[in-house]
Ligand binder design. Structure first.
Ligand code: DC
Length: 202
């Protein structure tokens, strides 16, 4: 079974997806980490994103490994977030990442999280959830995580949201048949419980 969780930055996708995967004994796939790895490699080498996307070895698990190096912390830096949304708009980068994601999801039980899991990577997922929250709430959550101010986070978040949802290649939007879940004002436990209820109903 595959549960696809898509939505904008800061909607709580990764914490929710991780908890749902743990509760069900499924494997968690953080597709954003893959775009972040490509961005990190571009920043470090100045190489061409599509060529790097095809040649890098990205391993996901408890830690994120890029060509064998643990980059779990490095891929969360603000400049990597920024560049990840730019490289993720490139069709050749996307096709390389989508092919890897489809291979992984081809066998076993997964909770896969990203922007295009339900629309492109796995439209036949048994459960598709589109997780949202108000812009202010998303910025507050991210600010608390990063130890930054809401204003600082909000401007960068707006720009990333704009890029992710207006790009020509697989723009962020709810998949056909996705359940839209607005998490504004809900606790983390409430969101996880709702997704688990949806999953067990499938
Ligand atoms: O979820 P995240 O913030 O780690 O994602 C990093 C960037 O990659 C973000 O700008 C959106 C993009 N992304 C994407 O285009 N498609 C995905 N399936 C996952 C992430």
């Amino acid at each position: 079974m595959v549960i696809a969780i898509d939505g904008p930055a800061g909607a709580g996708k990764s914490t929710v997806a991780r908890a749902v995967a743990a509760a069900l004994g499924f494997t968690y796939l953080d597709s954003g980490a893959m775009y972040r790895c490509v961005a990190l490699a571009v920043l470090r080498s100045g190489g061409e994103p599509a060529a790097l996307a095809r040649s890098l070895t990205i391993e996901l698990g408890e830690r994120v490994l890029l060509d064998g190096e643990d980059v779990s912390g490095a891929i969360r830096a603000p400049e990597v977030s920024e560049l990840a949304s730019t490289v993720a708009a490139l069709p050749e980068v996307r096709s390389a990442m989508v092919a890897q994601q489809q291979r992984l999801l081809g066998s076993g039980d997964w909770v896969a999280e990203g922007r295009d899991i339900g629309t492109v990577v796995r439209p036949q997922a048994e459960l598709k959830v589109f997780l949202t929250a108000s812009e202010a709430e998303r910025a507050n959550r991210r600010a608390a995580e990063l130890g930054a101010t809401q204003e600082a986070v909000l401007a960068a978040q707006r720009e990333r949201d704009r890029r992710d949802s207006t790009r020509a290649a697989s723009p962020l939007r709810p998949a056909a048949g996705a359940v839209e879940l607005d998490t504004t004002g809900l606790t983390f436990d409430e969101v996880v419980a709702r997704v688990l209820t949806l999953a067990t109903a499938r």
